[in-house]
Design a protein. Sequence first.
Length: 171
Amino acid sequence: MTLSGTVLAVSAFAELVKTTTLGGTTRAPQSLARSMSLADGTGAGKADRVWSDRRTLAASGSEDLDLADVLLDAFGGAISFARVKGIVIAAAAGNTNNVVVGNASANAWAPLLGATGTVTLRPGAFLAVGTGAADATGYAVTASTGDLLKIANSGAGSTVTYDIHVIGASA
């Protein structure tokens, strides 16, 4: 199986506008955009694994996503990441509670947030990280000792839903 048309892109744009004393306006557009296209494979500028899912966590619940050998691809085949090249996690806008990413109690996947770091995604928020096409290393996944990405519901009373998309390589 090959991976085709792999792209991760993020863009931000804002424009400051100020009215001048003579009634005109001055504009200061500001933008930042990054994108990464990856060919099929495992080296720099390449990826051969993708996993995507919409998941729901019970109130106060959490799960440890095992990035090595437990996830199933879109065709039901087991996949394992040796390196993550890009990841997007998005909390559903309709959530009441936050989605907390990171801080697995054991075998934490630490290259992105450290072993105990977390990112809190408020309802509707998202996190997108890409390594850049020239990076052959990516964020390493170490089977059995550094492969668990914890996702948690921040509170009681209601479920949370989130979408996740992981792009990476098997070697």
